[in-house]
Design a protein around this ligand. Structure first.
Ligand SMILES: NC(=O)c1ccc[n+]([C@@H]2O[C@H](COP(=O)([O-])OP(=O)(O)OC[C@H]3O[C@@H](n4cnc5c(N)ncnc54)[C@H](O)[C@@H]3O)[C@@H](O)[C@H]2O)c1
Length: 482
């Protein structure tokens, strides 16, 4: 797919990074003399260090980036044009007049606007039926939510098509039922934001204390269950009805000023800015962005493991990704090392070698028929023994390619030897594994079903001519002898 990004600021460059890293060619237009190219480079660097780390399989090969000299050049041939220009109606009006004549039939014109309703933007267009709002959250390359909003004039088909494209780049499209100011996410964020401003103005709390109340408390809950599931639990076994009966009446004595807005006079602005400097002024914005990204990767990976919240779209997309093959042995894993896998010694912690080997064994057995349905049917593999040799250091951002030799594939026991190749193909580790085929009902070892047994045996025979790997059958005892 070809994508045009019009406006390469915070949001436009985040979109560019997400599309590029998902394999799409991207043309960016931004009138800023050189600032946009620099920002794009910075954002791409951050995105390359974080987005692939969410996946245990490689993303498609990165698309080509083109910096366009005009709107027309960027939009020509694009299937998706994402307008991310400043939030001013006259700028968007002028831009749509430039975009529309070059926009192919069937292409989507999406705006990142956070403030305008789609009907207001459609009123600026010659062909309003092609415009929708696709409202993302910063950083666009990591946060999966995108609100897809149309007006009464927007064909359902366009919203459905847009949602499909967004899912294809690992996002979670929330297709809104109707247009409303602030959509959903910003309405909620703004309610909290207003209240924080009041608390500072009234001297109730500082910027740091307010952030602590979020980080150590409900912020944790919100990433994995939203407002309603959280309160359902708060109602105990009696659930939501009980919660409403118990806490509903207290809403009549509001704790908040939510309907009012504090006057952002010079004194309040000074107070907020000074408190924010005291809280975070020792860090640069790029340092904070990198910390945010590493934390988001760790959080999203944890959610992915549980298949909830922001982890779910990653899992769904990953199921569609294949592992590119090459060479004699099957490539069973290929992945970039996430920053969260690095320990105090500055290299990949040993626990993750076993994690990667486990992914590799899963990929190999899945290719032999041990699929989710096979496992749901009551058969699987358990790991009986693992031996890891750590041969060279691996660092955050390094790509690991795992090639797996099947030393034995016949019968109940499968003997695997994984080679981990790090940068420049150097051997970084070997992981030897014995896995056993198990009946999940009796929890006892048993023969695989015939199609799986045949596939594993075929691999054993295909690898039989290869030399026995150096280090196979090694034990720690051999190293302690001298
Ligand atoms: N910042 C956020 O958190 C956020 C989140 C969601 C949506 N949005 C929306 O995204 C849009 C862009 O916001 P941003 O935060 O990236 O702003 P920004 O100021 O960082 O970027 C805007 C970019 O547009 C460029 N620009 C100016 N005039 C232009 C023109 N005529 N044609 C093309 N580009 C032009 C500027 O040079 C700049 O690089 C806005 O509509 C905003 O409401 C912002």
């Amino acid at each position: 797919m070809k994508v045009a990004i019009i406006g390469g600021g915070v949001i436009g460059s985040g979109w560019a990074a997400r599309f590029l890293l998902n394999g799409h060619d991207v043309a960016v237009y931004d009138p800023a003399p050189d600032g946009a190219a620099r920002r794009l480079e910075e954002v791409l660097r951050n995105a390359r260090a974080s987005l692939p780390a969410l996946y245990d399989r490689p993303l498609p090969r990165e698309g080509r980036l083109h910096i366009a000299a005009s709107v027309g050049e960027a939009v020509a041939g694009a299937n998706w044009a994402q307008e991310s220009a400043p939030e001013r109606l006259e700028i968007k009006r002028a831009l749509y007049a430039e975009i529309e004549p070059h926009l192919a039939d069937g292409a989507v014109l999406a705006s990142s606007t956070s403030g305008y309703k789609p009907s207001q933007l459609q009123a600026l267009c010659e062909r309003p039926e092609r415009l929708i709002v696709a409202h993302p959250f910063n950083p666009v390359y990591l946060v999966p939510l995108v609100e897809i909003v149309g007006s009464d004039q927007t064909p359902q088909e366009l919203k459905a098509r847009a949602a499909k494209i967004m899912r294809g780049i690992g996002m979670h499209p929330l297709v809104m039922r109707s247009e409303v100011e602030g959509f959903i996410g910003n309405r909620l964020q703004e309610a909290v934001w207003r209240e924080t401003l009041w608390m500072i103005r009234d001297g109730i709390a500082t910027t740091q204390e307010i952030d602590e109340a979020i980080l150590y408390g409900f912020g944790l809950r919100w990433a994995q269950m939203g407002q309603f599931e959280t309160y359902r639990l708060a109602g105990g076994a009696a659930g939501m009805r009980h919660f409403l009966a118990q806490f509903g009446p207290s809403l009549a004595q509001p704790l908040t000023h939510l309907t009012d807005v504090p006057d952002l006079d010079a004194a309040l602005v000074d107070r907020i800015a000074a408190q924010s400097d005291a809280q975070s002024g020792h860090l640069t914005i790029p340092e904070m962005e990198r910390a945010r990204d590493a934390n988001l990767v760790a959080l999203i990976r944890a959610l992915k493991q549980r298949n909830v919240g922001a982890g779910r779209p990653i899992r769904e997309q990953e199921a569609e990704l294949s592992i590119p093959q090459g060479g004699d042995l099957r490539v069973t894993a290929r992945r970039v090392i996430p920053p969260s896998w690095i320990d105090a010694n500055g290299h990949m912690n040993e626990a993750h070698y076993v994690e990667v080997a486990s992914n590799a064994a899963d990929a190999l057995t899945e290719s032999c028929g041990v699929t989710a349905e096979y496992i749901a049917g009551g058969n699987s593999h358990f790991t009986a023994e693992t031996h890891v040799r750590y041969l060279a250091e691996l660092h955050a951002g390094d790509e690991i390619v795992v090639r797996t030799q099947v030393l034995r594939g016949t019968g109940k026991k499968t003997h695997l030897f994984h080679r981990f190749e790090g940068p420049a193909g150097a051997l970084a580790a070997t992981v030897e594994m014995m896995i056993l085929h198990v009946d999940l009902t009796t929890r006892k070892v048993c023969e695989p079903l015939p199609h799986v047994a045949a596939a594993l045996e075929r691999l054993e025979h295909a690898h039989a001519h290869l030399p026995r790997p150096d280090g196979a059958g090694r034990a720690i005892g051999e190293q302690t002898k001298g």
